[in-house]
Design a protein around this ligand. Structure first.
Ligand SMILES: [Zn+2]
Length: 252
């Protein structure tokens, strides 16, 4: 979804080169994913990257693929589950219609983690990003847990991701939607789901399509292989998501 907008999280994209060349020069990192999980020598350097990346995510308007998807489904009975961590869905779709099992970069949590609470990150991120000097923030701006004093962490997939209250609320919303609609005509639309975490979206979508009488699966992703097991209940499009969604909006 985001790669199709030019915000490639994994590759050495124009977006990365335009915004993070200092980090490439200092650490040899060549993409946002690599930069996010890179072992920086100091917390001040790590938070320089995290705050620059985080602030940009807050400031980036929704991309065309998201605008087109919104136009296509906003008046339907829909629900979104996404492993994307770039805030794009939240810019258009209401929170009660989204489940983000890999976390949501709007929030920080304790890095230990000592308690189950998340903290809205925007102000801390902006303050850090405004004070970066040569890929480093001042030590006193490193965000600290108000309970134990340990360093905070973005609330995104890591060894310490809190899967407590807020996380469970999202999963529950998703489960409720599935339970309420399993007997109806359902279209699962799988957009750009790769092979990294197939147990979250890819396998469950296949399984539900197979088991639900009136379900149909549409898979759109460049390089995607067909799903022979679901040959009468699915379409696989090895295509550019941006192009497909935009073409669809012209048929509305
Ligand atoms: Zn703590």
């Amino acid at each position: 979804m985001s790669t199709a907008n030019g915000h490639d999280f994994y590759g050495h994209s124009k977006y990365f080169i335009d915004n993070f060349s200092e980090f490439e020069k200092n650490y040899g990192v060549r993409g946002n994913f690599e930069s996010l999980y890179y072992k920086y020598p100091t917390s001040e350097e790590r938070w320089a990257y995290l705050s620059k990346h985080g602030t940009l995510m807050f400031d980036t308007p929704p991309g065309q693929t998201y605008l087109d998807l919104y136009k296509l489904i906003k008046d339907k009975n829909y629900f979104i589950i996404s492993t994307n961590q770039d805030m794009q869905f939240s810019k258009l779709f209401p929170d009660e219609k989204i489940c983000l099992p890999q976390g949501d970069a709007h929030w920080f949590q304790c890095g230990n983690p000592c308690h189950d609470e998340v903290y809205y990150a925007e102000e801390m991120l902006r303050n850090m990003a405004d004070n970066i000097v040569d890929t480093r923030i001042p030590t006193e701006l490193i965000p600290k847990c108000p309970v134990c004093g340990g360093e905070m962490e973005p609330w995104i997939r890591s060894y310490v991701l809190l899967e407590g209250g807020l996380w469970k609320e999202g999963i529950k919303r998703y489960q409720t939607f599935l339970n309420e609609n399993s007997h109806k005509k359902v279209v699962f639309i799988e957009l750009g789901v790769g092979r990294m975490t197939p147990n979250i979206i890819k396998y469950p979508f296949s399984q539900m399509t197979y088991n639900w009488q009136n379900a149909f699966l549409v898979r759109i992703n460049q390089g995607e292989a067909p799903t022979p097991m679901l040959k009468n209940k699915s379409i696989t499009m090895d295509a550019d998501i941006a192009q497909v969604l935009h073409d669809l909006t012209s048929h509305m």
